[in-house]
Design a protein around this ligand. Structure first.
Ligand SMILES: NC(=O)c1ccc[n+]([C@@H]2O[C@H](COP(=O)([O-])OP(=O)(O)OC[C@H]3O[C@@H](n4cnc5c(N)ncnc54)[C@H](O)[C@@H]3O)[C@@H](O)[C@H]2O)c1
Length: 317
């Protein structure tokens, strides 16, 4: 895909979407961000470049501007919230995706001139390792069966089913990326890494679900964004890709690394809270397909965590 094109990014004021927008603007794309600014949005974030923002809900918007690709990051993304109340998850993560696909199918494109020939945009659905549920050994491949364990992952799985079905029936070209636990600058404070760092810096306890033994794969947000770009720019369509790193360790081990880099003692700064109902033991994705496109992990947990801690200390975050 050549770089003088227009991307609609949804959820671009969120954690991963905002990093994607920065990279896309740097690369010369025009970006239209559709974000209704939920509690998770970085509302003060400013982008420089060919950028505009439409404050709309993806489940309610009735038409879209002309674009070459829609990259759908918009979601309710916090598992704990989905266990408390799943309605917003159904609305954004399922009905939102349905609505966007219907707009594409029905060619509801704003300002389209009569003579303009409709070119179906690429739909990129940003999904999660959680759609597969957990795996004690081995790695999930792209074609494995979904067995989601919680309301959040069930809505993300449902969205994927819509994307592949609309792709096949209505010939909407699509890509699905599934990624593991992202970390990096600008993540909402409800998530483990920012919560751990801010709790330590504020002298508060870090709540650890269960004994912290659940294993996750940790990927830096910019490595994830690089991979999404690599896939889009490869021109491949109607495929799914796994995006994961080489770094797999438990929640306890992740927090211990933060403790080491803040001179804190794990036992003193944490308190165990009841495990999540239905908690997954281990997520793990096989990323061989992505590696064949030439993507490589460039950022590593401990080095990046030091930079994030520094940003919190100097109040850049
Ligand atoms: N963060 C992770 O570790 C992770 C891992 C795997 C997959 N994902 C997926 O990546 C995507 C982005 O995750 P994130 O962590 O950046 O999320 P986030 O919660 O930080 O941001 C979500 C953004 O979407 C916007 N939004 C929510 N509902 C909307 C709606 N109805 N209409 C328009 N905008 C809406 C919010 O205002 C916010 O800016 C999500 O689809 C998530 O499922 C995230």
């Amino acid at each position: 895909m050549s770089r003088n094109k227009t991307f609609i990014v949804t959820g671009g004021l969120g954690f991963i979407g905002s990093h994607f927008i920065e990279k896309a603007l740097d690369a010369g794309y025009t970006i239209i961000n559709i974000d209704n600014e939920t509690y998770a949005a970085n509302k003060d974030l400013k982008f420089s470049g060919n950028y505009s923002h439409i404050k709309e809900d993806i489940s309610k918007i009735v038409d879209l501007p002309h674009c070459h690709a829609i990259i759908n990051f918009a979601a309710e993304s916090h598992v704990d919230n989905s266990i408390e109340d799943s309605f917003n998850f159904i609305r954004t993560n399922v009905l939102g995706v349905y609505n966007l696909l219907e707009i594409i199918k029905n060619k509801n494109i704003k300002n389209a001139i009569a003579a303009w020939e409709y070119e179906c945009p690429l739909f990129v659905q940003i999904s999660t390792d959680e759609v597969f549920g957990d795996i004690e050994e081995g790695f999930f491949r792209e074609t494995d069966r979904h067995v989601p364990s919680n309301p959040y992952s069930a809505t993300k799985s449902s969205a994927e089913q819509l994307v592949t079905a609309w792709g096949r029936t209505y010939k909407i070209p699509y890509i699905i990326t599934r990624t593991t636990n992202n970390y990096g600058q600008r993540q909402h404070s409800e998530k483990l890494i920012p919560k751990s760092i801010t709790s330590i810096l504020n002298g508060e306890k870090i709540p650890i679900h269960g004994n912290g033994t659940h294993i996750r794969n940790w990927i830096h947000v910019e490595d994830n964004v690089d991979a999404i770009f690599k896939i889009i720019e490869s021109g491949i369509k109607n495929e799914s890709y796994h995006i994961s790193s080489s770094e797999e360790f438990s929640v306890k081990e992740a927090v211990e690394i933060i403790c080491k880099n803040t001179n804190s003692d794990y036992e003193n700064v944490t308190s165990n809270v009841m495990d999540r109902s239905g908690a997954d033991i281990r997520y793990a994705l096989d990323n061989t397909k992505l590696s064949k496109l030439g993507w490589k992990q460039k950022r590593f947990f401990e080095t990046e965590i030091q930079k994030i801690i520094e940003d919190y200390r100097s109040k850049k975050l």
